[in-house]
Design a protein around this ligand. Structure first.
Ligand code: ZN
Length: 324
């Protein structure tokens, strides 16, 4: 039902695209748009940010956190602290381990969104620009969090590349909303709109949280129903989130001790998932300020296993698997 409605809507979008450039031609066009300078030069990064005060002073660290029951804000990032070869830097994506099932939905398109961007902190006026985040205004983006030499933006990108390689091995067409960590943007609305314009079957936004050091575990956020934005996709987004949750639990990842219930959280303040016009979920894979979670994110082996679980969760959703 809700899933059916969403798939029908996706089909309509795909048909419309086919009438213009053809599905793949359009997808390629979108990918080129995302990678190209003109649009991105005007906008910036992703969210994971809190819905509260949408702007920050230009002199202050940019970075508002995903709302958690605690008040711990997502810390600001000193971008210069990352060096080549640091734990958050792009890694070899050939370390795929999972024996993933074949693509259950031939022709499926999935957008993976690595939250934030490495140079967001250097572009405060651009990042603070207000955008439509789903019927309300919110800052274009934030810097994300960091711990030690690992920045969230670099971690998110590396994880996204690992997930992409796994999904591509399974035959899924994957678009990233950004594929480097040296720029700023896209804005949160544009990240969601990449999925909408591609007629994607799902969008998964990847983040790492910056909560109290004692808090740990992952949570998957799905959008609440917002008329005109997510009302036709909210139910399917909840299914996507639960499929991701189930796959993470099967991969021995523990649900968050500090947010949501059984690893799931419904939120209405996240522009990326509010603007996707397709089933969308945001994964906070762990808390970078927690030593155990940070170890998991820093270890390349564990990062690869995390990517295995996320890819498996996407494939569960594409297969129409009901969450456990
Ligand atoms: Zn984030």
């Amino acid at each position: 039902m809700p899933r059916t409605e969403v798939r029908r809507a996706g089909s309509v979008a795909s048909t419309a695209m086919a009438g213009r450039l053809g599905r793949w031609g359009h997808v390629i066009g979108v990918a080129a748009l995302v990678a190209g300078a003109p649009l991105l030069a005007a906008c910036s990064d992703a969210d994971g940010d809190r819905g509260g005060a949408p702007t920050v002073p230009s002199t202050a660290p940019i970075g508002t956190p995903p709302p958690t029951p605690t008040t711990a804000p997502e810390a600001s990032v000193p971008p210069a602290s990352v060096t080549a070869g640091a734990p958050g830097s792009p890694t070899d994506t050939t370390t795929s381990v999972a024996a993933l099932p074949p693509n259950p939905a031939p022709g499926a398109v999935v957008v993976i969104d690595p939250g934030h961007n490495g140079a967001n902190g250097a572009h405060p006026s651009d990042i603070n620009r207000l955008v439509d985040a789903g019927g309300f205004q919110k800052a274009c983006n934030t810097t994300g969090t960091a711990e030690g030499s690992l920045t969230e933006s670099s971690f998110n990108l590396d994880l996204a590349r690992l997930v992409r390689s796994r999904l591509e091995q399974a035959g899924v067409q994957v678009l990233l909303t950004r594929d480097d960590d040296s720029g700023w943007g896209p804005c949160i609305d544009e990240r969601g709109q990449v999925a909408a314009q591609a007629g994607a079957d799902a969008l998964v936004s990847l983040h790492a949280d910056g909560a109290d050091p004692g808090a740990h575990g992952f949570h998957v956020i799905h959008p609440t129903a917002i008329a005109g934005y997510t009302d036709t996709t909210a139910a399917a987004s909840a299914t996507l989130a639960a499929d991701l949750r189930d796959a993470l639990v099967d991969g021995d990842h523990a649900p968050a001790t500090y947010a949501g219930s059984d690893g799931l959280v419904a939120r209405g303040d996240l522009g990326t998932i509010n603007r996707a016009e397709t089933p969308a979920a945001m994964v906070e894979v762990g808390n970078m300020h927690n030593p155990g979670d940070l170890d998991m994110m820093t270890s390349l082996d564990e990062r690869a296993q995390l990517a295995d679980a996320l890819a498996a969760g996407v494939l569960r959703f594409l297969a129409g698997e009901e969450p456990g």
